[in-house]
Design a protein around this ligand. Structure first.
Ligand SMILES: Cc1cc2nc3c(=O)[nH]c(=O)nc-3n(C[C@H](O)[C@H](O)[C@H](O)COP(=O)(O)OP(=O)(O)OC[C@H]3O[C@@H](n4cnc5c(N)ncnc54)[C@H](O)[C@@H]3O)c2cc1C
Length: 234
């Protein structure tokens, strides 16, 4: 595991209360799409009774020269401190960590069941697959409360260049018009959209409640544990 200082290049709000931070990727930092790092703010401006570091998935693909992170903003000292970091200043990362990576077999279907900022590792993996012109069938079931809170929705809906790709947006609290399924990810929605339930690799990413709900659905669909990868964002 490496410990490196990385320099902030830019930051912006990409969805309601959701920030994207772009750092310059050091040449010596290698990672696989889907992995995460522990990010520590140097001399944080705010403090509370929690540590000054958090586990964060990498949103950019290994082939890019930026390291991007996407975070829901909150009142925690960590989130306020990272938002106070200025362009050109450095933070510390330790990593890469995690085993949530893509299948070796390029025909294995890849199915993402993701919610909120759980989109982050999926973005890295999808961008990586696009870059290597992957043949894997890819399905994305992306749950959010509203359109405004859904990060990178347009990119995932319209701009993905993969030969067998399907995207479904699921919104639980949207009142306006949307090209979406209203409500929550159900067993029926998963079975209608999944490709080859016996061979597919599933990637579940979100908060504990979401992760447990998706595990329950896959159990009912008799998907084996070895087919399921999970990142529990807590
Ligand atoms: C592998 C992995 C990858 C992750 N990737 C991302 C990512 O890409 N983007 C992202 O935003 N997050 C990611 N997370 C989650 C991230 O590490 C943080 O936990 C999350 O962002 C919340 O951080 P926070 O500082 O806003 O809240 P925190 O201060 O960490 O609080 C989290 C929760 O704990 C509660 N809490 C805090 N302190 C206490 C206390 N003393 N007693 C009781 N409850 C308390 C809070 O109310 C809140 O609900 C990832 C986590 C893991 C494990």
């Amino acid at each position: 595991m490496q410990e490196l200082k990385i320099k902030l290049v830019s930051m912006r709000e990409i969805a309601e209360n959701t920030m994207q931070y772009n750092f310059k990727k050091p040449k010596e930092f290698d990672f696989k799409a889907g992995q995460f790092v522990v990010l520590d703010v140097i001399n944080p401006k705010f403090s509370d009774n929690r540590p000054s570091f958090r586990s964060l998935s990498i949103a950019s693909s290994p082939h890019e020269d930026v390291l991007s992170f996407i975070m829901r903003h909150s009142d925690s000292a960590f989130k306020k401190s990272i938002k106070a970091v200025k362009e050109g200043e450095e933070v510390i990362i330790k990593g890469p960590l995690g085993h949530m990576t893509l299948p070796e077999n390029e025909f294995t279907p890849v199915i993402f069941l993701i919610a909120g900022v759980g989109v982050t590792p999926a973005l890295s993996m999808i961008r990586f697959m696009e870059n290597k012109i992957s043949k894997n069938p890819v399905r994305v079931l992306y749950a959010n409360r509203t359109l405004r809170s859904a990060a990178c929705l347009e990119e995932l809906k319209k701009e993905v260049n993969l030969q067998d790709y399907k995207f479904v947006s699921i919104l639980s609290h949207e009142n306006g018009t949307c090209e979406c399924v209203r409500g929550r990810i159900s067993k029926q929605l998963v079975s209608e959209n999944a490709v080859d339930l016996k061979k597919a690799k599933f990637y579940i990413v979100g908060t504990l409640g979401f992760v447990n709900a998706m595990k329950g659905i896959l159990e009912e669909l008799k998907v084996e544990k070895k087919q399921i990868n999970i990142d529990n964002f807590g």
